[in-house]
Design a protein around this ligand. Structure first.
Ligand code: NAD
Length: 370
């Protein structure tokens, strides 16, 4: 099984004592697209005060000041940590700039929420976990699909024994034409990879969570680049991406083997020639199976093959709602000591799988995962 959360009982007690009755003073490191979603959602969190913003682009800091009324803005997170001394940081920088600010913030005594994927590779994740443990602060990964009502339903179904032993999960995060035309999503040295690490991570992590977080032991896979590095005139949702700097894959296919014998298969693409986008997973267990969207459990009952669908689930499942749930979990972890649903260890397990697929693609054979 994956490692246990940093949020131990004693840490929870200390956290509770330290923050009882106080506001959580949060600083943003990276103030681009996704930070704006966080900032909008935090308007409904009176217990959170956004005390600083850090970005290397001055216009982004201007938005922090003018739109969100954040007075302390910086180009350097180290200076911000020294001068503002926030209680927590929310890291919304490109993937290659998650680990360094997380480690510095933990060393400065701040709780850390980092956007997904946790980092570039498992070594960085391990360093982040060690820094958080040493400083006795919380480290949370922004896996919002863990809080999706469909995911929660399927976790309850697994816990109720409806699947029995889980054997196989098939994950798909496929866009027909959706290369981000902003940010640095096409640059491998800044992002660590393409659709596998950017969108595959979401479906992979929620499926892994529904499986019960078994430990990955081996990976095999391949990646292909055939469109992102070329100019395209095809009309699409996000046209004119930066094809000249595009160094990531367009399509990644991977298979992960776990210590309990289960297999997870993942298909991730920004530009797959398929009928329409797919964001889903299906699971097969010895006693039952399931589908994430629309949510359903497939099993045998009363001598009959039954397809069961929930009569009601919380309908608040859009992007904003999911960000609300993940911020609530992090903020409650900081202020009340409640357990994190996506601690650093969960991020590390997922990173090992992503990394395994990329390593296998480079090696041309199955690779071990430590
Ligand atoms: N959870 C989700 O659904 C979701 C959705 C989108 C993006 N993300 C993640 O959020 C992160 C950011 O993505 P985005 O879409 O906001 O990208 P973005 O390019 O819009 O924003 C990133 C910001 O970080 C800033 N930055 C870069 N280097 C910096 C540094 N050294 N110090 C301070 N600031 C720096 C950039 O100037 C930019 O403003 C990525 O890790 C991405 O995977 C998560």
């Amino acid at each position: 099984m994956a490692e246990k959360s940093v949020g131990t009982d004693s840490l929870a007690m200390e956290t509770k004592k330290a923050y009882a009755g106080k506001k959580l003073r949060m600083a943003f490191i990276g103030c681009g697209g996704i930070a704006q979603t966080h900032l909008g959602v935090l308007q409904d969190f009176p217990e959170v005060e956004v005390v600083a913003g850090v970005d290397i682009v001055p216009d982004r800091l201007k938005v922090m000041e003018e739109k969100w009324g954040v007075r302390a803005v910086y180009a350097d997170w180290k200076k911000m940590l020294r001068e503002v001394r926030p209680d927590a940081v929310n890291i919304c920088t490109p993937n290659g700039v998650h680990a360094r600010p997380a480690i510095d913030a933990a060393a400065a005594g701040c709780h850390v929420l980092t956007e997904k994927p946790m980092a570039m590779n498992p070594v960085e994740c391990r360093r982040m976990i060690d820094a958080a443990r040493k400083a006795k602060v919380l480290l949370c990964v922004g896996f919002q699909f863990r809080y999706h009502p469909n995911t929660e339903y399927l976790v309850r179904a697994r816990e109720a024994g409806q699947f029995g032993k889980v054997m196989f999960v098939k994950c798909q995060a496929l866009r027909r034409r959706g290369i981000p035309n902003w940010g640095v999503f096409g640059r491998k040295h800044l992002q660590g990879g393409g659709p596998m690490i950017d969108i595959g991570v979401h479906v992979m992590e929620m499926a892994h969570y529904v499986m019960g977080s078994p430990a990955p032991v081996a990976a095999s896979g391949n990646t292909w680049t055939y469109m992102g590095n070329k100019k395209s005139d095809v009309v699409s949702m996000w046209p004119h991406w930066d094809h000249k700097t595009y160094t990531v894959e367009d399509l990644a296919i991977g298979q992960i083997r776990f210590d309990n014998g289960a297999i997870l298969q993942i298909e991730a693409s920004f530009v797959a020639h398929i009928e329409k986008d797919i964001w889903n997973f299906t699971l097969m267990g010895e006693k039952g199976g399931c589908r994430w969207d629309p949510p359903a459990v497939f099993t045998d009952s009363a001598g009959t093959m039954v397809n069961a669908a929930p009569a009601w689930l919380d309908p608040r499942a859009d992007f904003t709602a999911l960000f609300g749930y993940k911020l609530r979990n992090f903020v409650d972890g900081c202020l009340k000591g409640t357990p994190l649903r996506a601690p650093g260890e969960a991020g590390l397990a997922v990173q090992k799988m992503l990394d395994g697929v990329y390593r296998s693609a480079a090696a041309g054979k199955e690779v071990k995962i430590d």
